[in-house]
Design a protein around this ligand. Structure first.
Ligand code: OGA
Ligand code: NI
Length: 345
């Protein structure tokens, strides 16, 4: 299938092919115009090098952000801006490879360690999305496309730094759930946790209001860390409205994934989000998903469930099976979670 990059660059393109026209649900929630609606900001430096008091306040704030929004922005995180910029450029150069060069990294199966393509799952998508992607498994084994030449080294460093950041955030989140700092990393085997770097390319679109970059969905892992090339497009569902995420330069946008929802027995919920496209600028975003090890069976933490007052709300499932389920179907809100959700009696 033709990449969205090649399509967007076709000479004289003034409208989108019908296969890309998205029918907006008339019952869709409105976009918030309240300037107060903006996702919480977490100062990472207070988590790792603040006073005990600052640290405990930051952990509380982190827990509240996970509970009320499922999304937050992380500042003062220590990942060099130059590294994020280099990574964004390397991803841009990957998408600039010829169609033939990219085909080499096509990947056929959802668990292939390197996979690039267009839309989400073009074989089952009813409507195609205005997006090309590259997904690379970078932990527990590090993989990298061999082109562009500089990709490997930059991605290795970027993966390592974002993984360290995610693990520190997970320690804070684990503490905020009253589970002790190392609970999540031990229970979900983060030593061999799966980390995926997923780059998204959204070229300019002649009819942005008809197309969709990424449909409403939640992410499968524990946490996703997102950066973008300064161009907005992400919207987050919050209290029956869509909220635009206007990211602060060099901040990471972090969100709770389905496995955090399952593990916390629904206390922290994965939040539905979507990506828009625009007419003028190419947008590149890089989502780094960090989750349990593929063979870990995940269910609600026994410490958080109580037979009478807080019964388990999800059944157990191996992370690998959940991933296969989500990635082989259409991306549809939080529908994948329905496979493990226990409906109240
Ligand atoms: C994702 C995602 C949003 C964006 O890759 O899972 O939600 O803004 N991306 O690109
Ligand atoms: Ni997402």
């Amino acid at each position: 299938m033709i990449s969205i990059k090649a399509l967007a660059e076709s000479p004289g393109l003034t409208s989108i092919p019908p296969a890309y026209a998205f029918t907006h649900n008339p019952n869709d929630q409105p976009v918030s115009d309240d300037p107060e609606d903006s996702i919480p900001i977490v100062d990472f430096s207070l988590l790792t090098s603040g006073t005990p008091d600052q640290r405990s306040r930051t952990i509380h704030h982190l827990g509240k952000a996970c509970q009320d929004w499922g999304f937050f922005m992380v500042i003062n995180h220590g990942v060099p801006e130059s590294l994020t910029k280099a990574m964004t450029e390397a991803c841009g150069e990957f998408f600039n490879l010829t169609e033939e060069e990219k085909r080499e990294f096509g990947g056929k199966h959802v668990l292939d360690s390197i996979r690039c393509g267009t839309s989400f799952n073009a074989s089952v998508d009813e409507v195609l999305f205005w997006r090309d992607f590259l997904k690379v498994f970078v932990h527990p084994q590090f993989h990298s496309p061999t082109k562009p030449a500089a990709f490997r080294e930059i991605s290795l460093e970027y993966s390592k730094r974002t993984r360290e950041l995610a693990r520190e955030l997970l320690k804070g989140i684990s503490t905020s759930l009253g589970l002790g700092e190392c609970y999540i990393e031990k229970a979900l085997n983060l030593e061999s946790g799966l980390q995926i770097v997923a780059a998204n390319l959204y070229p300019p679109c002649p009819e942005p209001e008809l197309a969709m970059g990424m449909p409403p969905h939640s992410d499968h892992g524990l946490l996703t860390l997102l950066v973008q090339n300064g161009i907005s497009g992400l919207q987050v569902q919050h209290q029956s409205k869509w909220v635009n995420v206007n990211s602060i330069p060099n901040a990471f946008v972090v969100n709770v994934g389905d496995h955090m929802e399952i593990m916390s027995n629904g206390k922290y919920r994965s939040v539905v989000h979507r990506a828009f496209v625009n007419e003028k600028a190419t947008r590149i975003s890089i989502a780094t998903v960090y989750g349990p090890s593929l063979d870990t069976v995940v269910g609600p933490a026994p410490e958080l469930v109580h037979r009478e007052t807080n019964p388990p709300a999800y059944t157990e499932m191996k992370y690998k099976e959940y991933l296969q389920l989500q990635q082989s179907n259409q991306l549809d809100g939080k529908s994948c979670l329905d496979h493990v959700r226990i409906s109240p009696a």
